[in-house]
Design a protein around this ligand. Structure first.
Ligand SMILES: Cc1cc2nc3c(=O)[nH]c(=O)nc-3n(C[C@H](O)[C@H](O)[C@H](O)COP(=O)(O)OP(=O)(O)OC[C@H]3O[C@@H](n4cnc5c(N)ncnc54)[C@H](O)[C@@H]3O)c2cc1C
Length: 595
């Protein structure tokens, strides 16, 4: 049997490739599309100056951000015996993503038994298979309480500068509230998807109705709550711009209340059922100690292309990873072709599901994604597609062009004006803009050099964690590190790694550490090779953040993307490096002994 015949495809592989190419070309755009507006201050972001005098603090470690990364960093340091830690957070509470984002329907797309960290230790059992935002935020608070972190957090303060003193071997971190934290080590845990992306749309300043980004959801206007009926939208015409992961969660909730909802689509997401359900108490009570570790190891292996005997998670992600065609390849020489066919098969299933759910044929066709399964973050939802069967919902498919402009009265798309009372930008978060722009400050390393200058030619890290010429600074994020769909799982590994490096320095009387330029160059070369390995795949994708909106540029890619190899290989590599090669790659200064 020919290889292609071993896959369930309704079209020939050539026809599918041609359709992918056709859809990609429709969406080719100028690089100027990556110009974003600053988000206007929204109710929760308009931070009143805290009613306290500026604080001056000395500590061993300063952590920027109190989302999962900041919290886990503090927890891992505490477990290593380093408790002298200060977290600086511009919000008024912990939680990061889950503090700032309260839009209707918000939930995680990774099963909560894996997404919420340290469940083995805290004994907490999530209420549902996919936790809602409120539960995740409450769990962040639980972690901060449980590990005694609240007293260590300076809230309502945005880090505006961080300057390294090469003589004293300390960082001075300052905030927009006049706080100054002096610390030997700084961990930047300011988030990956933190800065709202607000594309420049002609005419947006003219709109007379209400307009906001999902991250600044205005419940005063919409009524309701993340889980409650949005009664303020009764009788209102609402436009949602965007059909990515956030829109998939928001759209069904808005549709319940609005008089009419128009969903403006450039490129559809691949949406299949999520299968959410309450946690089975019998299952939960039978969990043995170490159960979460086992689950995470299992997910890591599957996401790394391994084939463990069981799939403990059995969600949409593991299904995507496991269906790689290897089981239908006759030998190694067929693996690449089989992977492409399996990818096509996967997307055929997504399209078949849309046909089965969406009644109107034109709408169903417009909702079908025509690209590979790794081109955009896949989405899972139990009522998004069904929403398009409602009489009060219209999909405005712009056939890849995006909306034309905003007017006083509403949105123009395809030459038609849609009159609206409310426009919601479900346009996601900046990933492609500069790291220092997203973090909101530009650290000053050795010899007064700013990070943005040091990275002007290209971003340079060792393992995505340390940076030459920026001693004792650590970054937590996806940049040049390893990528896992479960962000928090990877954050947990990385913050543990940073904690052991800090512990090593503290116990070894090391005043400062940083990677040598050669070590960083060597690593960046590996990242570049890994990115090149995905270039052919990315080139056939419709524009998205995964392929720099369709404009391949290696320098840009190095400043944005992760190392693209298997995440379990990455973790083994940093373990080996810590045990054997660290001395070769680090430049260190020992604490001077006083006689
Ligand atoms: C809407 C949404 C849904 C998501 N859903 C999922 C999901 O289902 N599964 C998944 O794996 N991931 C998901 N993510 C990704 C999510 O961001 C990560 O899972 C995780 O929460 C990141 O934690 P973090 O601490 O690194 O970043 P964040 O949660 O973004 O926290 C960073 C913190 O740093 C603070 N900060 C930033 N800059 C400064 C500064 N200059 N000074 C002071 N404080 C600063 C911010 O206020 C913020 O509180 C989602 C992201 C978003 C936006």
């Amino acid at each position: 049997m020919a290889l292609a015949d071993r896959f369930k495809l309704s079209l020939s592989p050539d026809d599918i490739r041609a359709r992918y190419e056709q859809e990609r070309r429709k969406r080719e755009r100028a690089a100027s599309d990556r110009i974003y507006r600053e988000l206007p201050p929204e109710p929760r972001e308009e931070r009143a100056a805290p009613n306290r005098p500026p604080r001056t603090v000395r500590s061993e470690v300063a952590i920027v951000g109190a989302g999962f990364a900041g919290l886990l960093q503090a927890i891992h340091l505490k477990k290593s015996g380093i408790e002298d830690v200060v977290l600086i957070e511009k919000g008024s509470d912990v939680g990061g993503t889950w503090y700032w984002n309260r839009y209707p329907g918000i939930a995680c797309d990774i099963e909560s038994y894996s997404y919420l960290p340290l469940l083995d230790e805290t004994g907490y059992i999530p209420k549902e298979r996919f936790s809602r935002g409120e539960e995740i935020l409450a769990y962040c608070r639980l972690l901060a309480e449980r590990y005694g972190l609240y007293d260590r957090i300076v809230f309502d303060a945005q880090v505006s500068n961080a300057v390294w003193d090469d003589a004293q071997h300390v960082w001075t971190v300052t905030t927009d509230q006049g706080d100054a934290v002096t610390a030997r080590f700084v961990v930047v845990a300011g988030g990956v998807l933190h800065k709202a992306k607000l594309p420049v749309v002609a005419g947006s300043e003219k709109f007379r109705g209400r307009m906001f980004h999902t991250t600044g959801w205005d419940y005063d206007y919409t009524g309701g709550s993340p889980e409650g009926f949005l009664d303020g939208l009764v009788g209102k015409r609402v436009g949602v711009i965007g059909t990515g992961a956030t829109a998939v969660q928001v759209v069904p909730r808005v549709a319940e209340a609005a008089e009419h909802l128009y969903v403006f689509q450039r490129t559809p997401s691949a949406v299949t059922p999520r299968g959410n359900r309450p946690t089975d108490p019998a299952w939960a009570s039978a969990l043995a100690p170490g159960w979460q570790r086992e689950r995470l190891d299992n997910f890591l292996a599957i996401a790394s292309g391994r084939r463990p005997a069981v799939d403990l998670v059995r969600d949409g992600w593991t299904r995507i990873f496991l269906n790689d065609g290897a089981d239908r390849a006759a030998g190694p020489e067929e693996l690449a072709a089989a992977a492409e066919l399996a990818d096509m098969e996967n997307m055929e299933e997504v399209r078949a599901h849309i046909d089965a759910v969406v009644k109107d044929r034109r709408t169903a066709e417009a909702l079908k994604p025509w690209y590979g399964k790794h081109c955009k973050r896949p989405c899972w939802h139990d009522s998004y597609l069904e929403t398009f069967n409602r009489d009060n919902v219209t999909l405005v498919d712009t056939d890849g062009r995006g909306i034309d402009r905003i007017t006083e009265a509403g949105i123009v798309a395809g030459g038609v004006e849609y009159e609206l009372d409310l426009i919601v930008f479900a346009s996601g978060f900046e990933i492609l803009s500069d790291y220092t722009r997203r973090m909101g400050f530009d650290p000053v390393g050795r010899a007064g050099q700013r990070l943005s200058e040091a990275w002007r030619a290209r971003a340079r890290t060792l393992h995505g964690v340390t940076i030459p010429e920026f001693p004792n600074m650590f970054v937590v994020g996806a940049l040049q590190g390893a990528a896992l769909p479960n962000f928090v799982q990877m954050i947990n590994y990385i913050t543990r790694h940073i904690a052991r490096l800090v512990d090593w320095a503290v116990t070894g009387q090391v005043a400062s550490l940083e990677p040598t330029g050669e070590a960083a160059d060597g690593w960046v070369g590996k990242v570049a090779d890994s990115v090149r390995g995905y270039q052919a795949y990315n080139a056939m994708c419709t524009p998205a953040y995964t392929n720099n909106e369709g404009h391949y540029d290696e320098t840009v890619a190095l400043g944005r993307t992760a190392w693209m190899g298997a995440p379990d290989d990455y973790l083994r590599m940093i373990d080996r490096w810590f045990a054997e090669d660290m001395g070769r790659d680090l430049r260190t200064v020992r604490i001077a002994c006083r006689s």
